[in-house]
Design a protein around this ligand. Sequence first.
Ligand SMILES: Nc1ncnc2c1ncn2[C@@H]1O[C@H](COP(=O)(O)OP(=O)(O)OP(=O)(O)O)[C@@H](O)[C@H]1O
Length: 638
Amino acid sequence: MEQEMADIEAQTQATDQETTTIFKKANRPVTLKVRCGGERVFVEIIKWFEDVVYTVTMKKEGCLKKKSKSEEKIILKGISGLVLPGEMLAMLGPSGSGKTTLLTALGGRLSGRLGGTTTYNAKPFSNIMKRNTGFVTQDDVLYPHLTVTETLVFTALLRLPKSFSKEEKIRHSEAVITQLGLTRCKNSIIGGPFLRGVSGGERKRVSIGQEMLINPSLLFLDEPTSGLDSTTAQRIVSTLWELANGGRTVVMTIHQPSSRLFYMFHKVLLLSEGNPLYFGKGAEVMDYFSSIGFVPSVAMNPSDFLLDLANGVTSDDSRVDRQTVIKQSLVSAFKTSLAANLKAELQAIDCKLQDQGLEEKQFARWTTTWWEQFSVLLRRGVKERKHESFSGLKIGQVLVVAFLSGLLWWQSDVTHLQDQIGLLFFYSGFWGFFPLFQAIFTFPQERMMLEKERSSGMYRLSSYFMARTIGDLPMELVLPTVFVTITYWMAGLNPTAENFLYTLLALLYSVLVSQGLGLALGALVMDQKSATILGSVIMLSFLLAGGYYVQHVPPFISWIKYISISQYTYKLLLGSQYDSGDTYRCGSNATCLVEDFPSIKAVGLNEKTLSVVALALMLVGYRLMAYIALMRIGVTRK
Ligand SMILES: Nc1ncnc2c1ncn2[C@@H]1O[C@H](COP(=O)(O)OP(=O)(O)OP(=O)(O)O)[C@@H](O)[C@H]1O
């Protein structure tokens, strides 16, 4: 037993040592040479922000005229600060005071009317900075069906630079698992709203782990401890403290840290309704407020005291009507006592940083090649969605419809031409809607993930787009193949291999086009409900204009058929069964030309090449539209 304990201890020590070494080693050391008056120091990221103002325009319903008016709302009202490498800044304030907005602005992820200056090593936010910055959002955006290890390994494969071998990347993720105390649940799935997985705290740690993997010089965290017990919160903040201690800059928002946590922060920024009430050393905050006459009546957690103040509540005055006055006096006190010193400090550091900037040349535009990104994203996508692709329900739905149609059209003969072409048109309808609705959900479902990963410059849009659209393809082509194989022979369509293959290829071609339309609609609208409604309206119009239901369309609307996927597919499917000159029995002793049958005559049996070309244009065009629509996701300030 003693030996066993010793072994376990030795193993733990070895892993701990490995973990520590990995985190001491900077992946992409960012070295800034600062010279000022002959002084030469080496630092990582120095970050400051000056007079940050953020304004939004909000629509307001007018009371009488029921007209909507726009109103400007200032969310951040001139906030300045400075964070040096090795420091951990906590942003405190009541809910709605602007903490998340400021963090997002500092992390270079806020678009819109942002005033003031924010610099990193005296430079504005750049793509290089983006890749060297970790950002942990308040809501964890993770794939629910991947395990903790898979999540971190895939992130490591995508985010760690080429100088790391695959094995090193995997070792690195294992080290993060150990460092964050996730060993116990490393093989559990992340889970989601309807899928039991790891706990909320563990999920948060996985999100932090994803950012820790890149060993960032600058780490932003939005409420990393919310919803966690105090021991876990302490553990996380200690880890962040260690990261900061290793020369990194850590900035986080936090709701109500315990006093144990509070004193770990080097700097504190207290916000109230977008105004700064304090910026400075955490250890000096109580002295500052007592110097301006605000002292807690009983010994209390400093963060409770600060939040009370930010809400305009003091120990001797908690009257609601006094709250605004108290808040205003705190804002004025900040302006007179602290703002000037802070400005002077910012100017002094400006002088120090004027010399040189980041050694940008050592960074490539992307950390991994296009092909690596594509293959990792493809594997990750297949793993995450295998339950969906091989869903029994989906396969069952296709099989049931296939057998049902096979029975309804059982050995239908060419003498029943109406029936046969009915089946062909049904093919184009069912396989127009089915892939359209599968594809419509693709991008709206992935939006958050795409935003998160693209904002941190994890991969190219093209590699993601290819992996995402190719990953689902096999199953999306297998299902129509199975469907056609069943119905074709049951319904007794032209029984030659050539005709069968022609029908199958025409249908698969149309499936790819409908899928493209679904991808484009999803990416353009980015809302599942609206995209589904729009998709069904468009596909229904295509079906109606397909030439089967109505043959005498008024000229002013007959143009729809030129953009109708169904019309081109129907035409190709007719071509797969009938040739010009073919006849059928149209009376007791009469034969008629197939091409004269009303719902065939409307589309004709010729000009098949035109249909192939038109569908090819749509195949490429819709995908291009989807791609262009996605380019706006995850774009941040440069
Ligand atoms: N784009 C926007 N449009 C309208 N209002 C906005 C916008 N962005 C932020 N706000 C408002 O600005 C205020 C500050 O929001 P923010 O999320 O930064 O607060 P917070 O301090 O992080 O709050 P919490 O602790 O609850 O997360 C809120 O009142 C919010 O409704």
